[in-house]
Design a protein around this ligand. Structure first.
Ligand code: HPA
Length: 248
């Protein structure tokens, strides 16, 4: 499980067994980012293990695509079968109010890079992995069901990944909405590509923390994104509790 900006994830019924600093196990230097502490926590429930990555690596911080996906590849090598990722995004669709959760059903990669570029890592998977159903339909259905049971609405939509770290211009937002995007963010797609490459099932929940640039008449700030994450933590926790319960 990957926790996005400002999202502090806990799963009811599971106990945190151990937390490891990412700096202690990754063979590259860490770059600090407010709201992200870069650690891995092992949660346990009976014989099941949930590996939670608190604070992901972003390309805009200067990490290489291979570094960004290293924790997902580590989890896959340790036997993980499902990648459940959360992130914060800007809503491209004015019908999506800030604070809404969007179950990602597809993506558009505008990062202009892909973690699978380079010598074919045969040990990880095929050279040309299929992405026609990158976001698992059963898990998406389950997410909608768990959200309904937890008592809140969720949306469904396409996540557009851009490099950042500057937010988009209003013209870019019009373009991204016009090309079929529902929300825009600066993460997750590299991890999804690496996870699908290694055969993991993927579910991504995006917290639309703000209307994208130009849809409201005020500047966007990272604080607004973090605050929205804090406000959504409770509903997300309930949803994830149900979801993890049913996924295992
Ligand atoms: N744009 C890109 N990334 C984001 C945004 C946004 O508006 N909000 C949170 N992450």
């Amino acid at each position: 499980m990957v926790a996005g900006s400002g999202l502090k994830l806990e799963v009811p019924g599971w106990r945190p067994a151990e937390t490891i600093s990412m700096a202690d196990i990754m063979p590259f230097p860490m770059h600090h980012l407010e709201g992200h502490n870069h650690s891995l926590t092992l949660w346990r429930r009976d014989d099941d293990t949930l590996l939670v990555m608190n604070g992901r690596f972003h390309l805009y911080q200067g990490y290489s695509p291979a570094e960004v996906v290293a924790p997902v590849r580590l989890a896959a090598l340790l036997g993980a079968e499902v990648l459940l990722a959360t992130n914060a995004s800007g809503a491209l669709d004015p019908a999506i109010p800030p604070g809404s959760l969007v179950v990602v059903n597809d993506h558009i990669n505008l990062l202009w890079c892909n973690p699978l570029v380079g010598a074919w890592a045969r040990e990880f998977g095929t050279q040309f992995p299929d992405m026609s159903e990158a976001y698992d339909p059963d898990l998406r259905r389950l997410a909608h069901q768990c959200a309904a049971e937890a008592g809140f609405d969720v949306f469904d939509g396409v996540y557009v990944a851009v490099l950042g770290p500057s937010f988009e211009t209003p013209a870019e937002v019009r373009m991204l909405a016009g090309m079929g995007g529902t929300v825009v963010g600066m993460s997750t797609v590299p991890e999804v590509l690496a996870a699908r490459h290694m055969g993991l099932k993927v579910l991504v929940l995006s917290l639309a923390s703000n209307p994208a640039a130009g849809l409201v008449d005020r500047p966007l700030t990272h604080e607004e994104v973090l605050e929205s994450g804090r406000e959504a933590t409770d509903s997300l926790k309930r949803l994830l509790g149900n979801l993890v319960e049913r996924t295992f």
